[in-house]
Every structure is written in C-alpha cells, then in structure tokens.
Design a protein around this ligand. Sequence first.
Ligand code: CA
Length: 231
Amino acid sequence: MRILVVEDDAGIALGLRTNLQQRGYAVDVCASLASAWAALSSEPFDLVLLDLGLADGDGGDLLLRLRQARAAAPGALPDPLTPVLIMTARDQVADRISGLNLGADDYLVKPFDLDELEARMRALLRRAAGRAHPLLVHGELVVDPAARTVLRAGEAVELAPREFALLLLLLESRGRVLSRQQLEARLYNWQDAVGSNAVEVHVHHLRRKLGEGLIQTLRGVGYFIPREDGA
Ligand code: CA
C-alpha cells in the first residue's frame, strides 16, 4: 500500500516514513501543498496523511481540491476518492470539524500513537476496498492485515513485507488484472530502486509459498487472483 505523507515538520515526516516503511507500506513525503498536488496528480496513492499547517498554505485547501477533482476516466489521477486522514497539532474542535466537513475521512491530534495511527489507516484502507470485515478470506487462505499474518489451510505462511503487500493488493482487486507498472507504483516509493523483474520475483515467491494456482498471469497484461465465483 502506498501512502503519501504531507508534512512540513522534517522530524515528524521522517518518523512516519521510517515507521510505516517498517510496517510494509511504501511511503512518499511531501513538505508543501504544491509538491503534494503534483504527487497526487502523477502517482496512485492508497491513503494520504495530511498535516494542516503547511508553509505554502492550509492542508484543508489541498483536501478540498482533491475532493472536487473530477476524474476524467476511471483510474485517472488525482483520485477524488483517495482516503485522507488529517494530522493536526491544533487541538481545536472547530479545526477537526472543518477538516471532516471538507472531506477528511478521519483525524488524529498530534502527538499520536503510531499503533493507533496504523489501526485507523487500516480501517480506512479496508473501507476504501469495500470491506467491512478485518480479515481477507480466499479459498484456504486467511489474511490478517493488522497482524500481517497469512494462514494457508490453518498453517502459518511466512511472507516478506513486499510479498505480503503484493498479496494484499491482488486480493483487494480480485478478478481485476493489474499490470506490472500498476503494481510497482503501489509497492514502491520514488526513492526505491526497482529492478525490472521485481514484481515477477515476488509473484514467483508467492506462488511457491501459497500454491501455483492462486495468482494467474495474463500474458503481456499483468497478474490477477480470480474471484471465487469464477469471474
Ligand atoms: Ca505543519
């Protein structure tokens, strides 16, 4: 899952980036409204963590602009439906209400606990994927995004963080083919040096660990996990 952190306090931004990367997220940081808008217009983010007080303006303006963006076509960027969690030092009820009124999905008042942040992020990502249940179940697989565990027929399977992230992406989009480029964009940030066959290698490992039949290849197009109803 790819996360955009919009935060002009370098210490907070670094702490968030380091912690979330350790938890398996791909994280990009923007310190201004302008760079954040450029990022949202060029890369697919699953979630935005948005500071309100930024050097070149108020994060609320970015939120409003994002929510008012009219997607020209399905999948076009910026995506107005991107979940946004506002992070604010302003312990003012009015700021939180106006943030939610502008289209934020949740908020946290700084300083906040990282476990609480991640729990809220997972809830937003789950809802964005149209799921109410915290576990993903597919055939003999049970995936728990909170605990980052995978059970196959009741047996625990060890996955590397990117393998886990890739499995989640494919399960969240069951029945839909995702290209190598689309998967790379959701698994890596700008600074990651991505080998040309990185996704292929992760798919290979997932097939070895979870069975050859799970992830299908549509030659020249991409990868998908078929829906259980066969679609
Ligand atoms: Ca700030």
